[in-house]
Design a protein around this ligand. Structure first.
Ligand code: FE2
Length: 584
């Protein structure tokens, strides 16, 4: 059964994280985000037509070969045929999902519209490898809800409770990111990194009671929503929260430029800390609630809020559940896969459950001929190395302090780079953080994550070794005191890091390269950050990484498939970055 899964529509300027996936008999054959192809970050307002085209092209399919099209949103349809509470069929949206000019049909094929949170739930549960689990979906909003609790048992995912967008944790967190000047799309990720710099000086009276399932909002927001004349939109909730933050967190008014300029930066740190704390308390309450309702020992998380590593780590530390798993594309991009899997199991419920996802590398790999041609076009002499030689040279370059652009294998789905499109660097110098942040146009305070040999993780890290989180860089661990001075580039201000566990069986030469660095230096980890430069999505084609290598002086080695290029090390740059104050 061939299913094309899609998220994102071409007629909505607010749509972001568009993606498409091709699933055949519950196996993910191809999936990619629209932004990787269109080169517009987050693919704002683009839908996912190029991603859908790529799914067909790279699996040798025509649209007419596809048995079903699944879309990860269930809008109000004029002509829909309802097949369940979560799925309706219609051709109303076909032209905005798959523009006829691009896909060449005359009769629009039917689209199976899948409820958004159900698609999130399916993506995370059907890739978890669990036979049953509690499921928690938390995001900005679905059709009418912002939080959904499910019980997954065997092949069925049953909705237990959902909460309206009034209580949207995605809107709450996004509003804080905007308020702190960090932007809308990229703000939440930055706010999470900023929170440990601040202190929770002021309580936010937004809470959740796991026993009753009752939310409490600050009285001013409750009043504003009670009196609001129209149906609430996500943007309304964000505005209410921004007003709240303005009133409660700053002693200034934002009426004039002078007043805005007078804001003390520390207020933003404290806002971030307070918002993160409140967010975590509510999420822990929701975890307790879904535990109580299901009695399950394992939890799977989905929705954009599940990308909050600090919250996931808190959940893991509380031991409410024995195991936690988060699908690595927990944001809307993952709903391309989720919608397809949800539909597949709805149509064929007796199919066996898929195993735990090994790695989210669902995109395009390049042949030797394609890479050779790209190298020649950029004026480079291709130098193809044996695996042993490649690994040894990379380890030597890392030891010398060179930054390595590592481009091997298929594109990965989701916002984290997990060793196929990554910058690698030596973690033993604090300046590495500044160098990489400079290459990527990131704020200097933003932390870097380590890729660590999984078998050495407990040597360097303390706390829970939750593989369902750390395999995909979705949790947080504390770096052991004796290691903080050894790997300062990956130590955040609170001595934590966001580790990525690298497995020999799954990650091949990436593991080998880190292992070779370990043998040379005694350090079983490297810095890993996504291979993109300021304002750009992660690279997709060889030409894009060659452009980075050619234009960025401080990117000194490039691994492109089995090919290797390097520059001399005299131009290594240095940048000032904040340093954790002391080692307790
Ligand atoms: Fe979502």
């Amino acid at each position: 059964m061939k299913i094309l899964g899609i998220i994102g529509r071409t007629d909505s300027p607010l749509a972001q994280d568009g993606a498409a996936a091709l699933i055949i008999d519950n196996k993910i054959h191809y999936a990619i985000e629209q932004e990787r192809l269109s080169r517009k970050r987050y693919a704002l307002g683009q839908g996912a037509p190029d991603a859908a085209s790529a799914c067909l092209q790279h699996t040798g399919q025509q649209l007419s070969d596809i048995d079903y099209i699944a879309y990860g949103w269930l809008p109000d349809l004029k002509t829909g045929i309802k097949i369940s509470d979560d799925i309706s069929i219609s051709d109303e949206l076909t032209h905005v999902l798959l523009p006829p000019g691009q896909f060449g049909y005359t009769e629009p094929p039917m689209v199976y519209c899948v409820r958004h949170h159900y698609a999130h739930a399916a993506a995370t549960y059907y890739t978890s490898g669990f036979d049953s689990a509690a499921v928690l979906v938390i995001d900005g909003r679905g059709e009418g809800e912002s939080i959904s609790l499910y019980h997954a048992k065997g092949n069925k995912i049953e909705l237990l409770e959902s909460y309206p967008i009034l209580y949207s944790l995605g809107a709450f967190y996004t509003a804080a990111g905007i308020q702190a000047g960090l932007g809308g799309s990229s703000g939440p990720g930055k706010l999470m990194g900023l929170a440990p710099f601040g202190q929770r000086r002021q309580a936010i009276d937004f809470s959740f009671d796991p026993d009753t399932g009752h939310f409490t909002l600050p009285p001013s927001i409750q009043k504003a929503t009670d009196e609001f004349p129209n149906p609430l939109q996500g943007s309304d909730i964000e505005r209410f929260w921004r007003n709240y933050f303005e009133r409660h967190f700053y002693p200034y008014s934002s009426q004039s430029k002078e007043a805005s300029a007078a804001y003390d930066t520390a207020h933003y740190f404290d806002l971030a800390a307070s918002v993160q704390y409140t967010f975590e308390r509510i999420c822990l309450g929701l975890a307790a609630r879904v535990k109580k309702l299901t009695g399950e020992q394992d939890l799977v998380l989905g929705g954009g809020c599940a990308l909050n590593c600090s919250m996931n780590a808190q959940m893991s530390r509380q031991n409410i559940f024995e195991n936690i798993y988060v699908f690595p594309a927990a944001n809307d991009a993952g709903c391309s896969i989720g919608a397809a899997l949800a539909l597949s199991f709805a149509l064929k419920p007796e199919a066996p459950l898929p195993p735990r996802l090994a790695a989210p590398d669902f995109g395009r790999a390049y042949t030797v001929e394609e890479i050779t041609l790209a190298l020649l076009n950029y004026g480079f002499v291709p130098q193809q190395l044996s695996s042993t030689e490649l690994v040894d040279r990379v380890a030597s370059d890392l030891e010398k302090g060179k930054i390595v652009a590592w481009f091997r294998g298929k594109d990965e789905l989701g916002p984290r780079a997990l060793g196929r499109r990554s910058f690698m660097a030596n973690p033993t110098q604090r300046e590495t953080l500044g160098r990489l942040n400079n290459i990527k146009g990131r704020e200097m305070w933003r932390p870097l994550a380590p890729s660590i040999l999984e078998e050495q993780a407990e040597t360097v890290l303390e706390g829970t070794m939750e593989r369902g989180l750390h395999r995909y860089m979705l949790g947080v661990s504390t770096i052991r005191a004796e290691w903080r001075k050894k790997v300062p580039a990956v130590v955040h201000i609170d001595f934590t890091c966001r580790p990525h566990f690298v497995q020999k069986e799954q990650d091949g030469l990436y593991w080998e390269a880190i292992h070779a660095f370990y043998q040379k230096t005694g350090i079983p980890l490297v810095c890993n950050t996504s291979l993109n430069v300021a304002g750009q999505p992660i690279v997709h084609q060889p030409e894009e990484v060659l452009e980075v290598f050619s234009t960025q002086d401080d990117v000194q080695t490039l691994v492109l498939g089995d090919f290797y290029l390097t520059k001399d090390s005299s131009s290594i740059h240095k940048y000032a970055v904040p340093v954790p104050k002391s080692t307790p």
